[in-house]
Write a protein that binds this ligand. Structure first.
Ligand SMILES: C[N+](C)(C)CCCC[C@H](N)C(=O)O
Length: 319
């Protein structure tokens, strides 16, 4: 496959003109590329399905004060809503993961390319500086936050609906599904309502995705002989720890983000990120900023190990 193909496909949604920067894009390699993207999508989607029950418990712990801890939340959710309760709000994240990840990795690789003028194939032989990796990661994080915001808002709103599956006679939940949720938010708050909590999400993701890529690069370089490509095991472990490191730092703002997204629905409306931080800490103590830390870290390892393995696999296939 030709050089530049990866940037082309991964940044499909980022640069509308990549076809011009792609040297000799043959039809066959486009098809192979599409297959690779599809397989990476399925791996990512599988990770999401397996991780979603934990994500639901996390969101509930972060936004509600009725649970004593992880186990208590799990037991109550299971008793009241059965296993299906854990899978609420899962369809939009699955539908959007391909776009969100291509934006993140596409902007990251293009920014790194612009900063260092080193192609992907030469990346391990001529490693970029950590400052460049950090800047590129922050840029990727900033842009993807805005793509993620509406999907994430709908996910959080649906995860917080406590009603069991519709039973005859029981009151229907406020949102009947993701599309109904999106339409209701638009109707009630206008289209900008879909970006509720987006600023907190941006603050969460911009620096922490810089940390994400720096941790990954650093761990790979530590465990690989100078200027060589890291092996699959290294990529898995470095990707997993990069996920844990960035989620650990991201958790306090993750709590604030989830609370701002729930603003207006039985929850109080916050005047802004700072107001949410101060009033949450005042009412519940500083521990509030660490709610979901265990779940975030446990989920982060497998999800991000697979993400980076797919990314590197795609890079080498295009070489
Ligand atoms: C920046 N922050 C820590 C929030 C996320 C970093 C990893 C993102 C990945 N899609 C995942 O779901 O784990």
């Amino acid at each position: 496959m030709q050089r530049g193909q990866l940037e082309f496909l991964w940044s499909l949604v980022v640069r509308p003109w990549p076809v011009f920067s792609c040297p000799n894009p043959s039809f066959l390699s486009q098809v192979q590329g599409a297959l690779l993207i599809a397989s990476s999508y399925h791996t990512g989607a599988l990770g999401l399905v397996l991780g979603h029950p934990f994500d639901t418990v996390k969101v509930r712990l972060q936004t509600q004060t009725t649970y004593q801890g992880i186990i208590d939340c799990m037991v109550k959710t299971y008793r009241h809503e059965s296993l299906l309760g854990f899978f609420k709000g899962m369809s939009f994240p699955i539908a959007s993961i391909a776009v969100v990840n291509s934006v993140l990795f596409g902007v990251y690789s293009n920014t790194l390319l612009a900063l260092t003028a080193t192609s992907h194939q030469e990346r391990w032989a001529q490693p970029p500086s950590y400052t460049h990796v950090f800047i590129a990661g922050c840029t990727g994080g900033f842009v993807q936050a805005y793509c993620l915001a509406p999907f994430d808002l709908i996910k959080v709103r649906l995860q917080n609906q406590m009603e069991p599956r519709a039973r005859p006679g029981s009151p229907p939940p406020r949102y009947r599904g993701p599309v109904h949720c999106a339409v209701s938010i638009c109707r009630e708050d206008g289209p900008w309502g879909l970006f509720r909590g987006a600023w907190a999400l941006t603050l969460r993701d911009t620096p922490t995705l810089g940390i994400y890529f720096v941790t990954y690069e650093w761990l790979c370089r530590q465990s690989t002989p100078d200027r060589q490509n890291p092996g699959a095991a290294t990529v898995l472990v470095a990707g997993g720890f990069a996920g844990i490191a960035s989620w650990a730092v991201a958790t306090p703002l993750d709590v604030i983000k989830s609370r701002m997204q729930m603003g207006g629905l039985k929850h109080r409306v916050y005047r802004g990120v700072l107001d949410c931080m101060v009033s949450s800490a005042r009412q519940e103590g500083l521990g509030v900023f660490f709610r979901g830390l265990t779940i975030n870290s446990a989920r982060a390892f497998p999800v991000n190990a697979v993400t980076f393995l797919t990314y590197e696999y795609l890079l080498s296939s295009w070489g």
